[in-house]
Every structure is written in C-alpha cells, then in structure tokens.
Write a protein that binds this ligand. Sequence first.
Ligand code: AMP
Length: 511
Amino acid sequence: MSEIQSEIQSEKQADPAVPTTPAVRFADFGLSPDILRALSDQGYVHPTPIQAEAIPVVLQGRDVMGAAQTGTGKTAGFSLPIIQLLLAHANNSASPARHPVRALILTPTRELADQVAENVKAYCRHTPLRSTVVFGGVDIAPQTAALRSGIEIVIATPGRLLDHVQQKTLNLSQTQILVMDEADRMLDMGFLPDLQRIINLLPKERQNLMFSATFSGEIKKLASTFLRNPVTIEVARSNATADNVTQTMYHVNEQAKAEAVSYIIRERNLKQVIVFSNTKIGASKLARHLENEGVKASAIHGDKTQNERMAALEAFKQGEIEVLVATDVAARGLDIAELPCVINFDLPYNAEDYVHRIGRTGRAGASGDAISLYADKDERLLVDIEKMIKHKFVRAELTGFVAKPSSGERERSGRGAEGRSDRGSDRSGGDRGGEGRGAPSGRSLQHTRSAYTSTPTSPSRREKIDPWFLKPYEPALEPEAAASNVAPTGGAIKPPKVKLAALLGGLPKRQ
Ligand code: AMP
C-alpha cells in the first residue's frame, strides 16, 4: 500500500471523529517516527484539542493540571509525550536494571487501568520501552514476573501498587513522571492515604500530571500540594456535561422503572446501551428483568469477579450483549466507542456521577442520548444535578408507556444489605480484590412507599464511608492466608477523621 493510500485508510479508521484539530498533525510535535507509526496504526492523524494542548507542554517537562471530560483523548494526551520523553532511556538490554520504572500512571479502577495500559502498549509498540498494568482482583504472580523483568511505564491502581512495593517487586525511586488520571474519582473512592504513601516513595524531582473530569475544592487542594507551577489545560467547562448529548428526564413511578427501561429499549430499538443502577442488587435484578423480556443483558458490578466483568464488557463490545447494567464504580472508565445511549435507571446520589455517566455516550465527538428515569422521591437528586450542570430539565412523561400491574417483585427486592450501594460497602473491595477502596456509599433514599428501601432514613448528602476503607494500608495476604481470611464485619473500627490538609501537610516541599 502506498503512503498516501495508507494515510487515507488511516483517516478512515479514525472516523469515530473525536473532535480533532485538523490544522495540526501529530507529526508537528516532533514525536519520534516510532510513535508516529504507532499512531498511524491506530488511524490517528490529527490530535484532539486536549492532545494539541497537552503534548507540547508535557514535552517541555512542565506539570499539568488537566480538566478533561471523558472521551476527549486525554490518554494519548499524556501518554504520547511521556513515551517521547522516555525514549531517551529506551534500550534493548536484557538486564532488568536497565529498565527501571520511569513513569507511573495511577487510575482509580481496574477497568480504566487496563484501558490506559492498552493504549500505552499500542503507542509503545515500535519502541523498546516496556509497559505493564497492575491492579487487584487478579493473580499477583504474572504482575510480579513482569515487574521483575524491568518495566519503564507502570499503569496501576493504588492498592495493588502498594502491595508490589511492600513485596519489593517494584521500586519507584527512579520514577520521573507521575500521572494521576481521574483524580477526582480517586479522592471520591478514598484513595487519598494511598496516594500520599505513593507520592512519598517517589523522587522529589519529578514531573506531575493530574487529570480530572471535575474540579472540586478538594481536587484543587490536592493539586496545589503536589503540582509545581502547573499549566492548566481545560478543554471543556468543568462540571459541565458533553454538549453533544441529548438529555431527557422521564417521570416514572418507582415500581414501574424496570418496565420503563425495557419499553424504552424496545421503542428506540436500542442495541448498545449502558443502564446505570445505584445498587449491585438493583443492577442484577434489572438485568434479569430485561433478559426475561427478551433483551440480551448482563450486569457488571463489584460482586462480579474481574474475569466476569471483563467477559461481560467484551461481549458488550462485540454486540453479543445489548444492554450492560452497571453500577457507577464498575462503569467508571469504560471506553466504549460511539455508545449511542445511556439510561439512568436510578438518578445518582452524587450529582457528579451524572456527569460521568452521561459521559459514556457522546464520546469521541459522536452524538448521544442520556435518558434518566426519576420518581417523585428523586426530586432532590434531580435538583442537585440541575445545580451542578446549570441546566433545568423539562420533566417529561414517557408517552405511550403503560405499566403492568405490580407483580410485587420489586417489593421483595433490594432490602437491607442486599440493596446496598456498589460503593464502600463491598468488603471484598479495594483495588486489590473488588471495587474502589473508599467510595462513599450512596445515601439511602428517603421515601415512604418505594420498594427499594424498607426503612426510611434521613437523607444525608453522602453516607458514612465504610470504615474498612479507612483502615491503614496492609500488605496483601499470601493466597493461602487470604483464602482462610473471613472478612470482618467492620462495625468495630472507628473511621479516623482524615483531613485532606493534614494528610498532605507531610508532603516534602519541592525545591
Ligand atoms: P480517551 O478520552 O483517552 O479515553 O479517548 C477517547 C477515544 O478517542 C478513545 O477511543 C481513543 O482511542 C480515541 N482517540 C484518542 N485520540 C484520538 C485521535 N487523535 N484521533 C482519533 N481518535 C482518538
């Protein structure tokens, strides 16, 4: 194939049309031909706006605070210049000592870590640089073997990374570049103490890149503590929803929501949709309901093993599953190109999650639909979302939808621990084995007749964090020990009051 033909081919493959900056080409950044070849393999010719802004800045060795929505191409925005910078050290030596960890990319979830790692691997493929991913919930041995062989770029979730440090399979003393991806979510999931420990293991002289979809006061505080004179890169308004997503809010009776979801899927003939549920049991029940209605559906949440989650995701990507019912934590970081629609079966307890959820659609510049169902009791959550995204919804009725008389199924569902949120209460959790480490669990909904909670509780903004997630770092158990370890119920541990400033106060001041 001629060069021109292959370029036309490449441009075609890139068709998912991430909004790119056509005036600029990757070749303009002075990236190595090996990287440009990898980009051409991917079909990328023009950078996206965040890539156009971030690549030159990172190449200069500057710290970056990036405000980027999902689907903006931020992964390549930080990976490409990192690879370019590390090429100075690239070598083909068989000695592990010649391949120390030089860049560390931290992500809140295993799925995101895996995705970032796939991208990094693709961009490095024509270079001698080595990369690997480490996250919990899977056998540590292959990760250990990979790390021992010498790896320049490590993509990791914080807990498992610390396990490797503890087991001395990982040394971070030569790490020149630190990336915190989805930093907002890392704080949300209670990773701050782990981040603190990891930062203390790194050389003081290093480059720091921090990316976050939303910029809360806490995030700004974290940024001000460890970023040095950062360049702020913002490609979309923070706390805003993607412009190319049509958002609809349907008022539906709580008991009729599952039926409403299948109605919407049938009516719109949806073939690839993620439906968000606030609880694990809710996700499983909804997936079952959809299957009974003839919709190919699968649930992904923290009670599923990593392999089950990966298999469901793969089947979804292949079109074998039409509907993925997911909790927020499980869905975080999923990159499914051109997802046409997301449905909020439950409105999220945390308005920021709404932004993340609808970011699943309209990715890569494509247009998308975000359909949300809300019941009377959800008005407060709805208003929270409206405040956050500064947009007032039209409260619509789902025309043509008539709910069947209640079978009582929902009345039996989701009671007590079963209906628990997918955050924080998962004792098998942590990025070592389950979900995130300290996600505040959703508040219990306050209402009178909903079948989803049996005891009305006072609606605090966020429920108390499960104390297990605030426990000091403990190294991973040996497999045998882990097998015999029965998770404690956690009632006795008092959650320490972890103050952000206090935790970060100990950070070494950089010169
Ligand atoms: P990210 O925000 O990094 O998850 O990227 C979102 C999607 O855009 C991913 O599917 C990438 O593969 C794709 N992508 C990233 N950069 C480009 C580019 N310059 N041109 C076309 N697609 C891209």
